[in-house]
Design a protein. Structure first.
Length: 75
């Protein structure tokens, strides 16, 4: 399957990242962020109308707790 669009020029399943000057994935890769940091960035930036008001913040908190728990002995 080939496409004339670059992968960073399209988004599957919505437009919640397309309005940013730099896509979250580009920022995450450029700064060598790990999976947990990347998810925190993504959840901070996206606005999904279907998401309940506190769901976004609960996800961010959950990923921060995962980072504390899973990465505490890695550094």
């Amino acid at each position: 399957h080939t496409s004339v669009l670059k992968a960073t020029d399209k988004q599957i399943g919505g437009k919640h990242y397309k309005n940013f000057k730099i896509q979250p994935i580009e920022f995450i890769v450029a700064n060598n962020l790990d999976f947990i940091q990347g998810n925190i960035i993504k959840y901070c930036l996206r606005e999904k109308p279907s998401e309940k008001p506190n769901e976004k913040w609960d996800k961010i908190i959950h990923y921060a707790e995962l980072g504390k728990e899973l990465l505490k002995n890695k550094k």
